[in-house]
Design a protein around this ligand. Structure first.
Ligand code: PGA
Length: 256
């Protein structure tokens, strides 16, 4: 049985005041909730504060981050290393988000290198994959997802996916309010799992595949009712404690 993972991707949002109040609000909302792993990914600058506030929280909320660079240390101006993320207790690290692929020209191969670096440091990659609207209309969704995953499998073997998280996020659904239907998402999730199963049925059975793209309290339960949807990567709705907790609770209920 896969325990769902609901992760908040705060993107470029936050302030000292907001980090403290959002985490405290979320902690209060999560009282008595079990059967779901809840994670947050604040901007790097706020990891220190987030770690401190989380330390005082009554409920276990996992700290994550939105990106990582490849090197541990050295002359790499502006980079943030996996060692530094670990230093602040961040374990679940988003890589390959479509915003990074698009605005920072991150290729499948580069994202796969980040995946390897995270694994080498015992961190959990949250590997974002997904198609553009044009690719979706051209019927290329499954092929695009397979190609993005194959960049990892070909360089590191399918076993590298063991303990990792895949976030299927159709790009046209991110931040648009135009979410994929639960049935369409399930079909793609099943195809992703089947693709991995060609290499290892065991890894495919265990790997967490989140859906992401305009997940809200109103539609969350419909995703979590699907057999191959194991939680969500949540952007906009993760900035509100009540909304994000409602999504986490929907995942917990579906898993009960
Ligand atoms: P959204 O973002 O929930 O605001 O659509 C999801 C994401 O980009 O991870």
């Amino acid at each position: 049985m896969r325990q769902p993972v609901v992760m908040g991707n705060w993107k470029l949002n936050g302030s000292k005041e907001m980090v403290a109040s959002l985490i405290k609000g979320l902690d209060a909302e999560l009282n008595g909730v079990s059967g779901v792993t809840v994670a947050i990914a604040p901007p790097h600058l706020y990891l220190d504060l987030a770690e401190q506030v989380l330390d005082k929280a009554a409920n276990k909320i996992v700290l994550g981050a939105q990106n990582v660079d490849l090197k541990d240390s050295g002359a790499f101006t502006g980079d943030v290393s996996p060692v530094m993320l670990k230093d602040f207790g961040a374990t679940h690290i988003i890589i390959g988000h479509s915003e990074r692929r698009e605005y920072h020209n991150e290729s499948d191969e580069y994202v796969a290198e980040k995946f390897a670096v995270l694994k080498a440091h015992g961190l959990v990659p949250v590997l974002c994959i997904g198609e553009t609207e044009a690719q979706n209309e051209a019927g290329e969704t499954e092929a695009v997802c397979a190609r993005q995953i194959d960049a990892v499998i070909k360089t590191q073997g399918v076993e590298a996916l063991d303990g990792a998280i895949i976030a299927y996020e159709p790009i046209w659904a991110i931040g648009t309010g135009k979410a994929a239907t639960a049935e369409d998402a399930q079909r793609i999730h099943a195809s992703i799992r089947a693709h991995i199963a060609k290499e290892s049925a065991d890894v495919a059975e265990k790997v967490i595949i989140q859906y992401g793209g305009s997940v809200k309290p109103e539609n969350a339960a419909s995703y979590f009712a699907q057999p191959d949807i194991d939680g969500a990567l949540v952007g906009g709705a993760s900035l509100d404690a009540v909304s994000f907790a409602a999504i986490a609770k929907a995942a917990a209920e579906a898993n009960a």
